[in-house]
Write a protein that binds this ligand. Structure first.
Ligand code: NAD
Length: 330
């Protein structure tokens, strides 16, 4: 499979911002779809920025001209008003135009571990690619499952060359510190303030003090989960593009191993000199993600464990980095 011209949707989103320079520097010609936020392509060779809305039926045939590979990252998150037209109909229109044009060698769809329900349900440990779709309540997981289902059916009905990359919760900049410390900004769930019921928890929010949250189950056992660093996400895309072994397959894309909230809290507490505060979360189920298939088929060996993700986040803050605003904190 010889890849030359790539269409990248969602090029100004969290993953797109990181993937675009890697694709351009690898020598691909990239048509980057810009929607509301500008695409940053200054200094990148071979990047053409085109503006468009995936809800526009005329868009897909137009932006697929001369393209042989599609990387579809664009979507809206947890948005009741927009998700059907943007994510589901937008993905359908893109797939359908790809099939009609006849020159697409590979279509890579951004999937999500949300499709497996992660902490919402008791899970097999680890969750592998064969686990059934079982989204947690919300429009976002529903949308990821509907997008994947469209892809699965296009593969079955038309033998269309699809790769699905099911990303875990993606961490960049100081995301992990925004998540695990008590002071705003908040990132992801749980929002610790909402779980503060005991006086020793409430005092942090009442007095604007910072601390590090340790998520525990009733009884005190720390919660376990798995996330992924942005560079490992980009690596999964790079390893999939033009890879015949990736065609017709879905892959988990997560960090090298799960982490436990006590280990995370202790590490961040030492790094930032903050106290650890226990938060008992009743409806939390431990989960981990199998990376066996991604390792054996794609050769993906994630480099960013929880310590490295924290180290990078601390370095980002020390260097005075400003968080990129995100519409949905996850
Ligand atoms: N960020 C994560 O933690 C995470 C985890 C798992 C899966 N994913 C998936 O990866 C993909 C990319 O995620 P992200 O975090 O970079 O998303 P993001 O929200 O940062 O970016 C989404 C992009 O979609 C574009 N977009 C929105 N509506 C559009 C429309 N109508 N027409 C054209 N473009 C439109 C936006 O301009 C933006 O560039 C998504 O499919 C997402 O579900 C993300």
């Amino acid at each position: 499979m010889k890849v030359r011209n790539i269409l990248l949707t969602g090029a100004s989103g969290k993953i797109g911002i990181a993937a675009l320079p890697k694709l351009a520097r690898a020598g691909y010609s990239v048509r980057a779809l810009e929607f509301e936020e500008p695409v940053e392509a200054k200094g990148l060779k071979g990047v053409e920025v085109v503006h468009g809305d995936l809800r526009d039926p005329a868009l897909a045939p137009e932006i697929l001209r001369d393209v042989d590979t599609v990387i579809h990252l664009a979507n809206v998150k947890e948005n009741r008003e927009l998700f059907m037209r943007t994510n589901v109909e937008g993905t359908f229109r893109l797939l359908d135009a790809c099939r009609e044009c006849g020159h697409i060698q590979q279509y890579i769809q951004a999937g999500s571990d949300a499709r497996a329900g992660i902490y919402y349900y008791p899970q097999p440990i680890p969750i592998d690619e064969t686990h059934r779709h079982s989204g947690y309540p919300g429009y976002y997981p529903l949308s990821k499952i509907l997008e994947e289902t469209l892809c699965e059916q296009f593969a079955i009905q038309y033998d269309f060359p699809i790769t699905v990359l099911r990303f875990s919760w993606v961490h960049d900049e100081d995301d992990i510190l925004a998540h695990v410390t008590l002071k705003e900004p908040n990132f992801g769930v749980p929002i610790w303030k909402d779980w503060a019921v005991k006086p020793e928890q409430k005092k942090f929010f009442e007095n604007d003090l910072d601390g590090v949250a340790k998520l525990v189950h009733p009884g005190g056992k720390p919660g376990i989960r798995q996330i992924v660093g942005i560079k490992d996400v980009v690596e999964s895309i790079m390893l999939s593009v033009g890879n015949p072994a990736a065609v017709g397959e879905a892959f988990n894309v997560s960090g090298p191993s799960p982490f436990s909230y006590d280990v995370l809290a202790d590490y961040v507490s030492k790094k930032l000199d903050l106290p650890v505060v226990d938060f008992e979360v009743g409806e939390y189920h431990d989960f981990s993600i199998s990376m066996t298939k991604s390792a054996s088929v794609l050769g993906l060996h994630p480099q960013y464990d929880i310590f490295r993700i924290v180290d990078d986040a601390v370095a980002f803050r020390k260097a005075g980095g400003k968080r990129t605003s995100c519409k949905y904190i996850g």
